[in-house]
Design a protein around this ligand. Sequence first.
Ligand SMILES: Nc1ncnc2c1ncn2[C@@H]1O[C@H](COP(=O)(O)OP(=O)(O)OP(=O)(O)O)[C@@H](O)[C@H]1O
Length: 667
Amino acid sequence: MSAAFDEEAITEGVKAPLMNSSGATGTPSTEVILQWDNLEYEVKNAAEKGSTRTILHQIAGEARAGETIAIIGSSGAGKTTLLNALSGRIVGGKLSGSILYRGAKRHPGTFKRINAYVQQDDLMHPLLTVEETLSYASRLRLPNSRYSAAEKAERVNSVIRNLRLEAARNTKIGDAATRGVSGGERKRVSIGTELLTDPRLLFLDEPTSGLDSNSSELVVELVKSISAERGIATLMTIHQPNARIFNTFDKVILLSQGRTVYFGPTSDAIGYFASIGYQCPMHENPADFFIDLMTLDYRSDETLARSKEQVKELADKFAQHSPETEKTVSELGDESNKDVGSSSSSSSSSTDDNDDSKNDSSHNNHRRSKRISIFNKSSTPTLDMPRNNWLSEYSTLARRDWLNILRNVPFLMGQLIQAIFMSLLIGFMFFYLKHDALSIQNRLGVMFIVIVNATFPILMPMLTLYYKERDIMIRERSSATYRVSAFYVSKVTTLLPIAYVSNLVFFTGVYFISHLVFDAGKYFIGLATFFSMIAVTISYLLLIGSAIKSVEVGFIVAPVIVTIQLLFGGLFSVPGTITPVLRWIRWVNPIQYGFSSLALNEFRGLTFDCDSGQQCYQTGEDVINAYSVGRFTIWQNILLLLMLGAVDAILGYICLRWVAKPRYIWL
Ligand SMILES: Nc1ncnc2c1ncn2[C@@H]1O[C@H](COP(=O)(O)OP(=O)(O)OP(=O)(O)O)[C@@H](O)[C@H]1O
């Protein structure tokens, strides 16, 4: 099933022999998966024009197969920046130094498919169950050429088992509006979707944030256990872990102000700090102790200066320690790697405090061994995954979209109730139109309101849906899960039918209650115009939702443009009378084409009973001429609508590709 892969294909250039930092050739059990050296990251300093700010200073380290490494530091220390730099997800600024994947330069296209990144915010479809979420992820991420449907299902089951999600298997993910799984379960589902592909590297940004200590411990323990079992090199940022969690990690990187204050086996950290004059008090959580040492104290200028001095001293001492440390860390790394996968961390320190932490650790590991089952050993990590074809991606996404939308009862009911309510309101407002002079204005009014109903009531709720899904797509795409085009077409083919069903009810209701010209041909031509207008609205919302990244700005721009289109739609001002400077608007105004088409359809062939002495249009043709709606034929108007829709849809797709394109800096 998991065929062997050509490793040359995933790296650039000549592949270097695998070396650990002491220069020894790596053995499979201590294989260095990721090495980084002299990493510096600079950004523009917003406070001072022309100057830069260094966020990471000369960071070096390595992550080996099966190791779980924590990046710890106070807020703003540079943890996420380091994680992003290592995972190839850093945007903007200037990154320098070197990062090697198994001894060779990383190749962006393939590296992102073999490493997994669990973001801090778990963006998932709230209406899918845990099992469905994992199942769709497996269908999208695992290639059909290598995995049968049964194997994918087995993999999902294995993830559910290993991440202890059996009880939540059929629970919906949920969100602020819908109660779903707990925070810890949600995080484990996020991790599970990333583990489905058997990554070689796992990055987690604050996986315990927002979780209580029990859930946090479980998440970290499971990640550690799975990483060790599967030979995954795992790096995670973490905020103030408790002592038990701290001792779970094989190694820690302690960061302060973008500098390394310590990198090495967790069990040696207390000893190292004691050796440079900072003894961790007995019974104090070592993580809290280290973070206190590394945090700037802003209470006064004096405390700030003192804490800055202390941070500098810690970083300098670690840097001075470096040649020796590199060796020590590497040797210790080898030691700890021997333990990777077993249930205890190495310890070379003999201080009381360290004994304390060792006790914690062994207690922890005892709990872990009881609580954690392991992945199916027969499956080996894969290094690269070929993609599924477009049709397979599209059909999976479309099925997921349909499931999502059909479960979104408030949205569907809202659409239907709105359609019924508006059809009754408008139908009875213009109830049973006669053929007198007054009916002319009313008929024009009905035509216009029908067209308006194909804009706002569809645009706003569907734009909300689209923005949510777009963000999930951008996250999923960062792991090269599927093509943007498959996502985009899937959106068109779900949103359009949903809009058509509810608006068929609306159109039919208005048509018969207000008693427009009863004729099957006119009904269907009117419906064709109305549906073409809906297609333009859907394309327009895809364009806005793709081109404008910010939801807030999108919600301002979208209605403003539609309002302008309404003003120039043909009812409030006759096109020929508009100032020449603004006259071009009609050419790109779908409302004008839609209104013209409906008006032509309704008025053609009509005659009106004018009272004697009353100024009145005698025939429908008179109305058509007076309102200048006869510039194009009905079918030309419909064609122009469809063309505008196609242009919006194509522009939307181009914009989405641009928005979804990762702009990561690579080393
Ligand atoms: N692109 C950027 N432009 C400007 N400043 C940046 C940029 N990236 C990071 N920073 C700054 O670098 C510092 C480190 O940021 P980072 O997010 O890595 O910290 P962190 O340790 O993860 O903090 P937290 O735990 O609060 O998330 C912060 O002060 C942040 O504002």
